[in-house]
Design a protein around this ligand. Structure first.
Ligand code: SME
Length: 186
């Protein structure tokens, strides 16, 4: 298996489908990793307080994740514009700017509206290599209701770096960001 999908909604494309499977039930936040994400949510809420500029908030979000998660070499956003994911605020090496819907791990996650965990990017059909140091990856879609706004992508040099707790924690973080931008956390 080279990828898995946290919330499978529709049959995936052939190569990726082979690699896709449902995530296990989320674990409690009492684990060390769960506590780390709970702390990140608190830090994020503090960073967002009183500021509604999306670029500024997404930039701080990327910096928070990049500097807090161990063993990651890239963390950032791609924002959906006319069926193309366009590079947004990020931390790490310079990256490819435009990813068509359905292409790469990011385009696959956006198209399927699912969180995708890729334990080994070299086994994912169509993976787009921006940083040759990356060996595993997780991509979280951002939603406005059912509409995909973009994705948050995190890469690691370590194989199998990301698990279901990362999927749950990162989903909570992006949900806090989007809800804040939409004024839903007032
Ligand atoms: N690997 C991604 C491209 C983005 S970079 O990792 C920053 C993909 O396959 O979509």
């Amino acid at each position: 298996m080279s990828a898995k999908v946290a919330k499978k909604k529709a049959p995936a494309k052939k190569g990726a489908a082979k690699a896709a499977k449902k995530a296990a039930p989320a674990k409690k936040k009492t684990s060390v990793k769960g506590q780390m994400y709970a702390s990140l949510v608190a830090q994020l809420r503090s960073l967002l307080k009183g500021e509604y500029d999306f670029i500024a908030n997404a930039a701080n979000f990327s910096a928070l994740v990049y500097n807090s998660l161990p063993d990651v070499n890239w963390a950032g956003f791609y924002i959906l514009q006319d069926d193309v994911l366009v590079l947004g605020p990020f931390q790490g090496q310079p990256a490819c700017v435009r990813i068509p819907m359905g292409k790469g791990v990011c385009g696959f996650a956006a198209q399927q509206c699912e969180t995708v965990i890729v334990p080994n990017v070299h086994e994912f059909p169509g993976h787009i290599a921006c940083d040759s140091a990356s060996n595993s990856e997780i991509v979280i879609p951002l939603f406005d209701g059912a509409r995909v706004l973009g994705v948050f992508d995190v890469d690691s040099p370590t194989l199998k770096r990301f698990d279901d707790q990362d999927a749950e924690g990162l989903n909570e973080l992006v949900t806090v960001l989007v809800a804040h931008e939409e004024g839903l956390d007032e």
